[in-house]
Design a protein around this ligand. Sequence first.
Ligand SMILES: [Zn+2]
Length: 233
Amino acid sequence: MMQDGRYLYLFLLGKPASGKGTQIRRVLETFEGTSFSTGDALKDHIARGTELGKRVKSLIESGALVSDDIVMALFKDSAQRLVPVKGRALFLVDGFPRTIGQYEMVRTYLCEQDASYSFVYFSIDDEVILRRFAGRLVCDACFSPFSTLSSSLKEKDTCPLCKKGALIRRADDNEAVVRNRLAEYRRSTAPMVTHIADTEKGYFAEVDGACSVDETFTEVRSLLEKQRIALKQ
Ligand SMILES: [Zn+2]
């Protein structure tokens, strides 16, 4: 693996609501870069009506799962559109790969590309995740996320950002749904994280997902500074 390639892929791994998305937003405020998440890529391809989007749409409509091949195709499609800034391109990948099979595919692809990569794992207890979901609100107009844990906001309040929408709880934030997602994580993703930690020594870092956003960002930032990622002007 080349550590000074033009491309740095930073994979953020961890349970749902372990803080990956928040850190990605923070990183992109500071550094030049692009982010990828499977969910966003799926929506984007469906909206643009690409070949991939059409395949995914019919799969979802028939109730079938999106296969590893399709997820990998979405990932490659975004990766191939990366444009380096000052000779470097940072690609932040949210919650992918999710299984050992996907990890093997990603690794093969990155070796072919001669790209640098690192994995950052957000470790956190299920109890903290369940509390976060219980406190999660979203604006029904601008979709900004809020938390009752770190503010005095409550359900049905007017959105403090757009001042138009109301703060609501998302239907899939309820405890049964979150517990299912955590069980799925334990079944397929946790073994992959252990496998990557064993295989990618030196390219695997663990951060405490229960720390404050600022504390975690300090760790992520120092990791990126070592990689000479261009700062935003
Ligand atoms: Zn809003």
